[in-house]
Design a protein around this ligand. Structure first.
Ligand SMILES: CC(C)(COP(=O)(O)OP(=O)(O)OC[C@H]1O[C@@H](n2cnc3c(N)ncnc32)[C@H](O)[C@@H]1OP(=O)(O)O)[C@@H](O)C(=O)NCCC(=O)NCCS
Length: 310
């Protein structure tokens, strides 16, 4: 049995690390043409698993993310998370040695991995990590609408209705998953984004509302972002990221979500985008049914291990 020692990567390891990353990229890109994975370690030195002969059989760059109480991301992420970056391993034993070395007491673990990799759930399960969030991508192109309703840009008079819908959307998750929680910072953060938007300081974002019988009954926040670097989560291009999509409980399941997203897609398409992205929680029983119906296909999965309850 090979014994793996783990140490900080040194300059002389670069060729072997890049070879591991190249092999991983080639395997996964062949499975999903929407991926373009990094072929070299770009960040600060990570950890390497090395056998007795000095062969590098694994690389992982642990990155500790710490969120303060007043960060709205606490709705979705633990306070301290070790994010596993530039992970590639030639054997399960080398991976296990790296994971052992990367763990930080009291911190959760998270790894973003291509959704197409059917072997990943079993591999991550060995480290008590489960698939929690999906980053889904919809390619450009119109979406047939649902029932007729008004979809328009939100205006200052909609502030309370939009905040209430956002709160309702996040709260909807709570009975289904411990990984999403309403935190006090959630609504103030949205308020401040809306104020920025209405002041004209943010021309990359839009917030649309759905009106049914003259009442605001849905919202969708979107943000256009340009990806220029290769080796990120998305191929280089322009994407509209849908941050918060909600239809009030009374009207769900009647096609209004489709109407809302279809109109947002029409509006955003005028800005020239290559696709639309959004995150959803796998334990959200509506999201996992709705998004595939609207053309969003899983691209990345965030595997996580947290000490629960959060
Ligand atoms: C997700 C949400 C915005 C969708 O809006 P909606 O009005 O309920 O969705 P629609 O009725 O337009 O349905 C859209 C598609 O999903 C399908 N769908 C909706 N609810 C479903 C359910 N309970 N089971 C199976 N499929 C469902 C519909 O059949 C429809 O597909 P089709 O048009 O091809 O037939 C809304 O349900 C919601 O606000 N949910 C709570 C908050 C939330 O989870 N937001 C998303 C976070 S990522």
């Amino acid at each position: 049995m090979t014994f793996w020692s783990v140490r900080r990567a040194a300059a002389g390891d670069a060729v072997q690390i890049d070879d591991l990353l190249r092999r991983k990229a080639a395997r996964l890109e062949a499975l999903d043409r929407r991926l373009l994975l990094p072929r070299r370690a770009a960040g600060r030195p990570g950890l390497v698993a090395v056998d007795g002969a000095g062969t590098v059989a694994g690389h992982l760059r642990p990155h500790l993310v710490e969120l303060t109480e007043d960060d709205e991301m606490r709705s979705f992420a633990a306070a301290r998370v070790v994010s596993w970056r530039e992970l590639a391993a030639a054997s399960p034993e080398a991976l296990a040695a790296l994971v052992d070395a990367a763990r930080v007491p009291g911190a959760a673990d998270a790894a973003l991995w291509p959704a197409v990799d059917g072997e990943a759930p079993a591999v991550f399960a060995r480290f008590a990590m489960k698939p929690v969030f999906v980053l889904a991508l919809r390619t450009a192109g119109p979406l047939p609408s649902g029932p007729a309703a008004t979809v328009r840009l939100a205006r200052p008079g909609d502030l309370d209705a939009v905040c209430a819908l956002h709160l309702e959307e996040v709260a909807f998750h709570e009975p289904h998953t411990p990984y999403v929680r309403v935190v006090p910072a959630l609504v103030p953060a949205l308020r401040s984004r809306l104020e920025q938007l209405w002041s004209g300081a943010d021309d990359a974002s839009t917030v649309h509302v759905l009106e049914v019988d003259g009442v605001v009954a849905g919202m969708c926040e979107s943000h256009v972002q340009t990806v220029s670097d290769e080796g990120g989560q998305l191929l280089p291009g322009r994407y509209s990221y849908l941050n918060s999509v909600a239809v009030g409980a009374r009207l769900r399941g009647q096609g209004f979500g489709r109407t809302l997203v279809s109109a947002v897609i029409d509006d955003v398409a005028a800005r020239g985008v290559d696709g639309y992205t959004l995150w959803f929680a796998l334990d959200n029983p509506l999201a996992r049914q709705v998004w595939p119906r609207l053309g969003f296909r899983p691209l990345w999965i965030s595997y996580e291990r947290r000490d629960l309850p959060v």
